[in-house]
Write a protein that binds this ligand. Structure first.
Ligand SMILES: Cc1cc2nc3c(=O)[nH]c(=O)nc-3n(C[C@H](O)[C@H](O)[C@H](O)COP(=O)(O)OP(=O)(O)OC[C@H]3O[C@@H](n4cnc5c(N)ncnc54)[C@H](O)[C@@H]3O)c2cc1C
Length: 473
């Protein structure tokens, strides 16, 4: 199949999938006022077919050895060059990122080879065939990893209700039946395929929960309940919410009510001792998203701070300059971590994996500092970050002149440009959407605790102790 067009992607979502949202069933996610916003952002990735310009196509596609052109996000990185192009592509694209799905498929391809070598299983041809089918049919995927979990101090096998972690409830000659729920699955309602992955390292008693497989989003028994994050304000409020006026991000709780999965879509069934390793590859590749997002967003916070200080005539105040200098240190550190992550790569089973320590450290670095930066921006803006008149008052002839008179900055800085920046800072630091972004940055690609574990892995702690003991001897 050739590359899908935007319209083909949108049409593919009208497949009878079961989606609930804000207390009701959504029959058509494409026509829905909120889901439609995200669906169209995703559709823009698919382009306009023959009408696409050569440069965009070159950045977003790769040609397979047999001449078929596929989207780059379907191609697991096999070299550092692939990885760099993948990250560059994610930086430019609207809508859902593809790193997580690619990470899931790539991680499974690596682990399948190891499981087959150890157990004589035949997962490699299955996951390779699935990856090829998924790519050649140009599908859109979501990864379903995070289990409902219940009592977090206990493993899946220790839960009062065994369904709290997705598990195999039946094994048939032609496949398995799974039951359970995965929470927080980004854009599940706008995906064609759900990639089910185990969320923790499992033990011998957890074999039935050690399952990885692919499920079509409209498979019988799949029920999605999407979160409600509030109605987007819409185009009318473009001035007041310049970043988020018409954006919609949704995450669904995906319930698998005894869903049959044919053998060719089962990529792990019971191999508990490979779950931890799979997670390691998945999270490292998935967290490359941090390398895309955080350096870019941190620079925007710095730019907003510098501009606000300039507009208010405070650019040369020592305390402000020194706080901006601290922000610059963080941005430089993130750039250095990005460089390390994408250059200290490993080729494992023919696939290119970025440096885990640098990826996870980038996430931890900004999670710990972002709050201070946002607080500083609010301080620079002063009360207007929350109290300034709306852009609509700049359009109303009864109020426009008054707003323009009293919201100017230093000489030469008019109220329109200053208020535009105030609203930008509001949307980055103080709006409902900014709260969402803040919380999302804390856990979306794994909790800080999980990142700390990844950063510490392989570190020679005892070597540090020995060095001190040697000094003391
Ligand atoms: C915006 C967003 C998008 C997401 N998208 C996806 C997605 O597409 N697919 C997907 O599968 N997941 C997704 N996630 C889920 C994300 O990966 C998880 O939120 C994250 O891994 C934490 O898991 P949890 O939410 O179940 O929290 P929990 O596991 O309940 O953890 C809550 C807190 O308790 C701590 N904790 C938990 N267990 C223990 C323990 N045994 N000992 C000590 N401390 C513990 C954790 O460190 C954490 O701080 C998304 C999350 C967000 C916020």
């Amino acid at each position: 199949m050739a590359l899908r067009t935007a319209q083909q992607y949108l049409d593919s979502l009208r497949d009878g999938r079961v989606v609930y949202y804000a207390g009701e069933r959504i029959r058509d996610v494409v026509d829905h006022a909120h889901f439609g916003l995200r669906a169209r952002a995703n559709a823009a990735q698919y382009g306009r077919g023959a009408a696409d310009d050569a440069e965009t196509l070159a950045a977003r596609t790769v040609t397979l050895p047999d001449g078929e052109v596929i989207h780059r996000w379907h191609q697991p990185p096999r070299s550092q060059e692939d990885l760099l192009k993948f990250v560059a592509m994610e930086e430019e694209m609207p809508g859902d990122a593809h790193g997580a799905m690619a990470a899931g498929i790539t991680g499974l391809q690596i682990v399948a080879r190891k499981m087959d070598a150890k157990f004589g299983t035949a997962y490699t041809p299955r996951i390779d065939a699935y990856a090829e089918w998924y790519a050649r049919n140009d599908l859109h995927g979501a990864f379903a990893m995070t289990d409902a979990k219940g009592d977090r101090s206990k493993p899946p096998s220790g839960q009062a209700d065994p369904d709290l972690w997705v598990r195999v409830v039946e094994r048939r000659a032609d496949g398995i039946v799974i039951r359970g729920a995965k929470t927080s699955v980004t854009s599940a309602a706008l995906a064609n395929e759900l990639l089910v992955l185990p969320t923790h390292g499992m033990g011998p008693a957890d074999a039935d929960w050690s399952v990885a497989c692919a499920v079509p989003a409209n498979a019988p028994g799949v029920v999605m309940i999407s979160n409600y994050a509030g109605a987007p304000w819409g185009e009318r409020f473009r001035f007041d919410k310049p970043v988020n006026h018409s954006t919609f991000h949704h995450d669904a709780t995906v319930i698998f009510n005894d869903v049959f999965v044919p053998n060719e879509r089962v990529f792990m069934d019971g191999e508990f001792d490979h779950t931890r390793e799979l997670l390691g590859y998945f999270t490292t590749l998935h967290r490359t998203g941090v390398l895309v997002r955080e350096p870019r967003d941190t620079k925007k916070l710095i730019g907003a701070a510098q501009l606000m200080a300039r507009y208010n005539g405070l650019e040369n105040v020592g305390a402000i300059r020194s706080t901006i200098a601290e922000m610059i240190e963080t941005a430089q550190l993130l750039d250095a971590l990005r460089y390390t992550a994408l250059n200290r790569v490993q080729i494992i089973e023919g696939l290119c994996v970025p440096d885990a320590v640098a990826c996870n450290l980038a996430g931890l670095t900004i999670t710990g500092r972002r709050d201070a930066f946002l607080t500083f921006l609010c301080e620079l803006c002063g009360g207007p970050v929350l109290t300034a008149p709306s852009g609509l008052d700049l359009e109303n002839p009864e109020t426009a002149a008054l707003v323009r008179k009293y919201y100017v900055g230093k000489d030469g800085v008019g109220a329109d440009e200053r208020l535009r920046l105030v609203k930008y800072i509001y949307d980055l630091c103080a709006s409902d959407a900014s709260g969402w972004t803040r919380a999302s940055g804390v856990t979306a690609a794994g909790s800080p605790g999980a990142r700390r574990v990844a950063v510490g892995r392989g570190f020679d702690l005892e070597g540090c102790v020995k060095a001190v003991l040697a000094d003391l001897a």
